[in-house]
Design a protein around this ligand. Structure first.
Ligand code: UTP
Length: 290
């Protein structure tokens, strides 16, 4: 798509049960990987893709996300007075000045599809991105969402990020039926939500990045509860496929499933090993411990 992706939606109203009891009061998206919460990595990726409007779909338990991006006057004044310029910049420059944040409440956790539908009044009819912050994707070059936006062939096309997963894990993901023999992208023939390994059409799993046309909202409005009694985004994408075009896109980068404890541990180690102030000590600790 030649035009940059202006609007990105962050559905962050889920219950985060895999991180209970912590997620009883700490939003999953506020869990840190080193010193940055997951939501910050997601926002950085959206800004990298060209977004100037960030739409957070939150719940009454997730006020911390808006607080985090808000100005902290007292803290900033204290840091300024004590000359801690680096820390001051760290708390002040979370989002570039030209980017605005909009918060929409999903009053009941009725599913990812329903959460995305909550963004309709803000997004309108234009193509938009969706980032699930618990899928943290790291890449040295362009972020995953920028890669997808650049690939998108036209504003009416859907692009969904996919990754090969072990066969036995297909029941945890939306799975695409597509001929991804070579290259990074393929036309999707069919999508299935959480199929058992024996009936899964492939091992290409949908992960938390989407570029979607505005039309998806009309399809979501018609989507009835599917797997788990939730309104599934995958079902609306299946409807989009019937008379439209959806591409599976294998992004360049490493994904960490930070919605799971193991994924969060892996991401923490990965970023610690990239940090010159932590790498040596982390390596030594791991070598000595195992
Ligand atoms: P998950 O399936 O990971 O669910 O949602 P969850 O509630 O966040 O976490 P677990 O599985 O209970 O530990 C995928 C994404 O969809 C959002 C979540 O916040 C997450 O980003 N979501 C899910 C909503 O915003 N609303 C919903 O009703 C459901």
């Amino acid at each position: 798509m030649s035009a940059p992706l202006r609007k990105v939606v962050f559905p962050v109203a889920g219950l985060g049960t895999r991180f209970l009891p912590a997620s009883k009061v700490v939003a999953k998206e506020m869990l840190p990987v080193l010193d940055k919460p997951l939501i910050q990595y997601a926002v950085d990726e959206a800004v990298d893709a060209g977004a100037d409007t960030l739409i957070f779909i939150t719940s009454r338990y997730k006020h911390a996300i808006a607080d985090y991006f808000d100005t902290a006057y007292e803290l900033e004044q204290k840091l300024e007075r004590s000359g801690k310029q680096e820390l001051l910049a760290a708390v002040r420059d979370l989002i570039p000045k030209h980017v605005r944040c909009i918060y929409v409440t999903q009053s009941e956790a009725l599913g990812l599809g329903h959460a995305v539908l909550c963004a309709k009044p803000v997004v309108g009819d234009e193509p938009f991105g969706v980032i699930l912050p618990d899928d943290l994707i790291w890449n040295r070059g362009a972020g995953a969402l920028r890669q997808m936006a650049q690939f998108a062939p036209n504003p009416e096309a859907g692009v969904i990020a996919v990754e090969e997963v072990p066969r036995e894990e297909t029941h945890r993901y939306g799975i695409v039926d597509a001929d991804m023999t070579s290259g990074r992208a393929a036309c999707v023939r069919h999508v299935v939500e959480k199929p058992r390994p024996e009936v899964a059409p492939s091992n290409l799993a949908i992960v938390g990045r989407y570029v979607l046309p505005g039309r998806i909202f009309q399809l979501l409005e018609k989507t009835t509860p599917g797997a788990g009694g939730e309104i599934q985004l995958t079902d609306a994408i299946a409807a989009l496929l019937r008379d439209g075009e959806v591409h599976a896109f294998r992004f360049e980068g490493t994904r960490f499933d930070c919605g799971s404890k193991l994924g969060l541990v892996k991401a923490t180690l990965h970023f610690a090993l990239l940090d010159p102030t932590l790498a040596q000590a982390t390596r030594a600790f791991v070598a000595a411990s195992f």
